[in-house]
Design a protein around this ligand. Structure first.
Ligand code: BG6
Length: 291
């Protein structure tokens, strides 16, 4: 079943229920808020302090869409641009299609196109679609089409917040030996990742040539979350840890214990350029497996 409901903050939301899983997708930002496979715990983290606003701060948790830039507005290269991680997560998207393929799989497609407001921030014509398939995995396909007459470059991320039992006991596999930019240390020189990623302090890293599978190993929840993707060569791992958590108004001080972001991206050298008429799709698949 696919129902239109009022979600948190009375924001328009789709509730998707089938035999394999339930999920909610908010039209504000085409934001996946929850995904819970049948008989299992929720996969995503959503902050108890998140705002749910039509005009204010973006939603803290779930799967924010970062587009058409990643990081602070200055990184967009657009004079006067405002807002971290682009504007797509603060726009109201429309429902393009909904489809129930089988009793175990349902798909919704949300769309966003440029208008006067987006062109005032970022002067290009585009169509964005977010296809969310809810089944025994959560599959998301973010497609950007250049509908204008000028080429553009953009960066993007599916900035998934995963729920974990205890961050100190969580490891992330799949980045061993990969070069990364350490955003906490401010180091531009890529360092190779030594083994699995573990968490003892604020962690904010962009991994390069990270097209392969990564796995969140959670011994407390006794589960693994497998993350696979297509057309994404960069990945981000983020946990704000103690001090940054305290600085974030929309995040409780102790919530850093129970989340980790592992993000499927096209950032840095991996940022796509689209000629007029061209399209690009990045796909991310998240699946829980019992450990
Ligand atoms: C991560 C970035 O992707 O998102 C971090 O690497 C940033 O640097 C984090 O702090 C959260 O960003 P925001 O804009 O949602 O607070």
């Amino acid at each position: 079943m696919i129902e239109a409901i009022l979600g948190p903050g009375d924001l328009p939301t789709l509730k998707i229920t089938n035999a394999a899983a339930t999920a909610t997708v908010c039209l504000m930002g085409a934001h996946v808020l929850t995904y819970q496979p049948a008989g299992q715990e929720e996969m995503l983290f959503l902050s108890s302090k998140s705002e749910y606003s039509q005009t204010g701060a973006p939603i803290r948790g779930g799967v924010p869409i970062c587009w058409p830039w990643f990081g602070p507005a200055e990184s967009s290269g657009i004079p006067g641009a405002k807002g971290g991680h682009g504007f797509a997560r603060q726009c109201m998207w429309t429902v393009e299609t909904t489809h129930e393929e089988s009793e175990n799989s349902s798909t919704v497609v949300l769309a966003l196109t440029d208008d006067e407001d987006t062109r005032a921030i970022w002067p290009y014509a585009f169509k964005l679609t977010m296809e969310v398939t809810v089944g025994d995995a959560l599959t998301m396909k973010l497609t950007t089409t250049n509908t204008g007459t000028t080429a553009f470059s953009y960066a993007q991320a599916l900035h998934t917040y995963f729920a974990v039992g205890e961050i100190e006991k969580t490891t992330v596999k799949g980045f061993d030996g990969l070069a990364f930019k350490n955003k906490v240390a401010g180091s531009e020189a890529p360092n190779p990742q030594p083994g699995d990623v573990t968490f003892t302090e604020e962690t904010d890293r962009i991994y390069f040539h990270a097209a392969g599978e990564s796995v969140i190993v959670d011994p407390v929840k006794k589960r693994e979350i497998h993350i696979t993707k297509e057309n994404s060569d960069t990945g981000v791992v983020w946990n704000p840890w103690i001090v940054k958590a305290q600085r974030m108004a929309d995040f409780a001080d102790d919530e850093y214990h129970n989340m980790v972001c592992v993000e499927c991206c096209n950032v840095d050298y991996d940022a796509p350029t689209l000629q007029p008429g061209e399209a690009h799709t990045m796909t991310a698949v998240h699946q829980i497996k019992q450990a």
